[in-house]
Design a protein. Sequence first.
Length: 248
Amino acid sequence: MSEQRVPNEGYPDGPRRRPPPAFNVPGIVLVLIAAMGLVHAYRTLVLGEIADVRFVLDFAFIPGCYGGAGELCQIRPAAADLWSPLTYAFLHGSWTHFGINTFWFLAFGTPVARRLASARFLAFAAAGTIAGAAVFYLVNSGLEVPVIGASGTVSALMGGACRFAFARVRPARDLSAEPSQPMISVREALSDRTVLVFVIAFFVTNFLVGAGVGGPLTGGGEVAWEAHLGGFVFGFFGLPLFDRATRS
C-alpha cells in the first residue's frame, strides 16, 4: 500500500502513514461472490420449482453423464458437459450453503487474489474448480447426481494460501499478506507447524465426512469431499504456475 504525504503541521516526525482501510477485499473476489449470490437469488426468487430443477440439471456437474446415457443426461444440453465443470461452482443448495462458502471465499480468496491480481486469480480459481470436479469424477464416474457448490474452488484457495499466507518462516502476518511475500517450497510448507496443522485438519475433516461420521460438521448434508481434496491438492501444488513473482 502506498503512503500518502500530508503537510507536516502537527507531525514533527515526518510524513504520516495513511491508515489501512477496514475492508480490503479485492474487487474480483467481490465480483465472484456477487455472481454466485445473483445466481442463487435468481433460482430462489425468480424461477419456479420446475424451472429451477431444469436450471440445476443444465449447469451442475454430473459425472455419470460423461460416457453415460441416463435419463438426467438425455435432457441436458449437449454442451453441458463442457461448461458444467466450471458452472457447478455458482450453484448452491441453500442460502446457508452460499453463506458458508462466501465466508471462506472472502477469507482465502482475499490473500490469493491480492497476490495474483485479477486475471491470474480467475485462471487459478477456474483451474481449481475443474480440478475438484475431475477428482470427484475419478471416484464417482458412474454417479448420475448433480454436484453443486463452490467448495472445490474455496479448497483450491486454501491450498494456495498455504504456500505463502500461513508460514512462520518470516515475520508473522495476517491473511491479507502482501503480494511481495516470497512463496515457500512444498518442503518448507510441510515443515511449518502452522501450515502442517492446517493441512492435517483439512484432510481429517474431509476423511470424517467421507467416512460418514462427519454429520455434525456438515449439518447432515451430502458433501462432495472428493472435490474438496482435488481442489486443495491442486491449489497447494499449482499456485506457483500462476504466481507472477515465481514466474518472474
